[in-house]
Design a binder for this molecule. Structure first.
Ligand SMILES: Cc1ncc(COP(=O)(O)O)c(C=O)c1O
Length: 428
């Protein structure tokens, strides 16, 4: 349930807090991100409830939004983490995620990252997800070097075309991700030849922003079938697997609709995995679906520009947030709903909402907007927003405000423009 609403005076509120009031609280004014922590923890609760009594792990994909207040809130509800770098691993553990509930994905993990994942906590992380056969001897070598056995789950590429943007489809034949399913036998044999490797599971992640469960269920069925074969084979030799990782990718409604709710993906995978032994850990790696709908980017209109003499009238609304703050429209052609922070009944006309960055792709899209404008809220910006933000054009990263229980609970303030200038001049 979204806690984004309009109050009786026409002001947009999040958790009952007027966004206009938050502009005063934001240390540098606009643009800033604001997040609803309670709705994010509700998402994790709903996904966990959908698993019923089955052993499960909701390993939140940190890349979607790595803010400490979010990680701490999710960890407090029993979420684990899916990380893709040594820094994300350190961050997750420092925020309270139990190392034994962390999976580590990524196609080219560095030696020192492998060392940390193997040695963190008292027994390392839950599983390193090997994305290629070539990674196995590398993991074995690092495990030998740090004196630990490495738990490994093989991330398979099931060659299933996810129905999403090509940049975020990962489970097809040409993607760099995962071990081709035809190579599974070789991967199992190679893993078995390294005593430093303990093979614990199989997994897949076919892509992001899936709006129906169909392809996800198909991938789940493929992985479960392979899992059962491998498990039977290993069991006959005294071993066996312990987990299946179904990946993330659960879509959200950016305005064009999304038939499936996050919990529907869990229901779909449960339907396709009835043959699994009951004690096997079912892992999912949702990122976007936990945080995207519960974050806004609040921005102020700097000025407007119009073509005057041309026959074809054009109007641009220039805001103080740019592609450096929210890259998704420029990167994927994504479109986000934009709401007026204060409602208006004035007549509207079409305008392109653009940022101040010197790139034509710094363009959020076309919207019907009234002539008089001040504050705008770019919706569904909680995932792949701040984490993809940059300081391009010497623009500081935006501040982030975190709401809990109808009040600002925490504020993160990145380095200022003045600090950026100093850092660009300082050499060692
Ligand atoms: C391996 C892996 N797991 C999980 C995710 C999270 O995906 P989403 O945010 O769509 O749930 C990603 C996203 O790229 C990923 O690459």
């Amino acid at each position: 349930v979204s806690r984004l609403q309009r109050d009786s005076s026409g002001g947009l509120t999040l958790q009952g807090v007027p966004l206009e009031a938050l502009v005063e609280r934001a240390p540098r004014g606009t643009p800033f991100y604001v997040y609803d922590l309670d709705s994010m923890t509700d998402e994790v609760d709903a996904m966990r409830a959908a698993f019923g009594a089955e052993p499960h792990l909701v390993a939140y994909a940190v890349k979607a939004n790595s803010a400490g207040p979010i990680l701490r809130a999710l960890a407090s509800r029993g979420a684990g983490a899916d990380v893709v770098s040594g820094a994300e691993l350190e961050l997750a553990v420092a925020a309270g995620v139990v190392p034994g509930q962390i999976v580590y994905s990524g196609v080219a993990k560095l030696d020192d990252e492998l060392d940390r994942a193997l040695s963190i906590g008292w027994d390392g992380i839950l599983a390193l997800q090997a994305e290629s056969i070539e990674e196995l001897p590398r993991i074995a070598a690092r495990a030998r070097a740090v004196g630990r056995r490495g738990r490994v789950s093989l991330r398979l590429n099931p060659d299933i075309e996810a129905d999403t943007h090509s940049y975020i489809a990962t489970g097809h034949d040409e993607a760099k991700f995962g071990i081709p399913i035809e190579d599974l036998g070789d991967a199992i044999r190679l893993a078995g030849s390294h005593p430093e490797i303990e093979l614990v599971g199989l997994g897949s992640h076919i892509g992001s922003q899936l709006t129906t469960t169909e392809r996800y269920a198909e991938a789940a069925e493929t992985i479960v079938r392979r899992w059962l074969e491998v498990h039977a084979d290993l069991s006959s030799r005294g071993g066996g697997l312990r987990l299946v990782d179904f990946g993330g990718g659960f879509g959200i409604d950016y305005g064009a609709g999304c038939d499936a709710r996050p919990a529907d993906f869990v229901v779909a995978l449960r339907e396709r995995s009835r043959a699994l032994p009951p004690d096997v850990l079912r892992v999912v790696e949702p990122g976007r679906s936990v945080v995207a709908s519960h974050g806004l980017l609040v921005t102020r209109v700097v000025m407007q520009k119009r073509t005057l003499a041309r026959a074809e009238q054009r109007r641009w609304v220039m805001v103080d947030a740019g592609m450096n703050d929210l890259l998704r429209p420029a990167l994927y052609g994504a479109s986000h709903r934009i709401d007026l922070v204060r409602s208006s009944s004035a007549p509207r006309s079409a305008a392109r909402v653009v940022g101040p960055v010197c790139e034509s792709s710094d363009d959020f899209g076309s919207y019907d907007l009234p002539e008089q404008l001040d504050l705008l809220a770019i919706r569904d910006a909680g995932a792949y927003g701040f984490t993809m933000a940059s300081e391009y054009n010497g623009r500081p990263l935006p501040c982030e405000l975190f709401l809990r229980g109808g009040a600002v609970a925490e504020i993160l303030v990145p380095r200022s423009a003045a600090q950026w200038v100093a850092d660009r001049l300082r050499s060692r």
